[in-house]
Design a protein around this ligand. Sequence first.
Ligand SMILES: NC(=O)c1ccc[n+]([C@@H]2O[C@H](COP(=O)([O-])OP(=O)(O)OC[C@H]3O[C@@H](n4cnc5c(N)ncnc54)[C@H](OP(=O)(O)O)[C@@H]3O)[C@@H](O)[C@H]2O)c1
Length: 281
Amino acid sequence: MALMRDKVVVITGGSRGIGLAAARLFAAQGASLALCARGEEKLREAARMLGETYAVPVLPHAADILDTASVQAFVHAVASRYGHIDALVNNAGASSQREADGVNWPVNAVDAVSQPLPPGRFEAISDAEWRAALEQKLLGMARVVRAALPALRAAQGASIVNVTSIKGRQPPPRVVTSGVAWAAAMNLSKALSLELAQDAIRVNVVSVGGILTPQMEAGRARWAPGKTLEEFLAPRVANIPLKRLGSMDEVAQAIFFLASPLSSYITGQCLAVDGGGLRSI
Ligand SMILES: NC(=O)c1ccc[n+]([C@@H]2O[C@H](COP(=O)([O-])OP(=O)(O)OC[C@H]3O[C@@H](n4cnc5c(N)ncnc54)[C@H](OP(=O)(O)O)[C@@H]3O)[C@@H](O)[C@H]2O)c1
């Protein structure tokens, strides 16, 4: 018996990367899906592939988590089609790195303070940059949960999984905006797990370390065209105990576990998928 049959799963940012990998797992277990992303063409392509491969209903709906009306329209479309939501995966977001002095120099939670760091120091971070990080990582998530709550309450025991970064638990040694915004998103997740327990809604977090996605290759091509992908990632991999980046499927498995009935007595938890990069338990 498929574990997610008759379950409605909503994934923001489901058109590629981690969100699409998770959508595959849910579809393989019989879930009915609703996916959003800003780019409509890629979203429809993903929905078509999932529907054809797994023979499950898939609703693609272009939406921007930074725009309240857009999020409300997405959730309205989901509720009209399915009536309720059993699992909401808040995954949408851009993993862009900060550009400082014309150089894009990724800063990671696993970076050592002794290694070369990017030139952009704290005092160079503008209010606009702070606001953008909070919009992207905290308010986007809050907006989607707020809009989805009536449909989540209409399910018999729903689950929310918020995808964040281990930067929210272990700040990188420089360029702090995204770590602070992720920390706020995790604090919100814990608070929601307390508030929504009375509605039988569980709320958990998957905090992600370095994951190999097509975006990494795009970053290498743009910022280090003279290097191989292995050379580009070497400084980062050096500080990861498992000595490699993770795969999108490895993150998707954690999302699936926390969204599914397999974790029915788990709420308010954060599961790091990071190859051991986080230095605490
Ligand atoms: N990959 C990593 O190493 C890593 C590490 C830490 C945290 N994360 C987080 O994990 C999540 C997934 O990462 P990923 O690597 O799979 O990213 P990705 O490959 O860039 O995919 C992001 C997805 O989100 C959508 N999206 C982006 N901004 C959106 C917006 N404003 N509204 C609606 N949809 C939006 C994208 O589609 P459109 O562009 O068409 O909208 C796409 O479907 C992100 O929140 C990211 O910050 C990733």
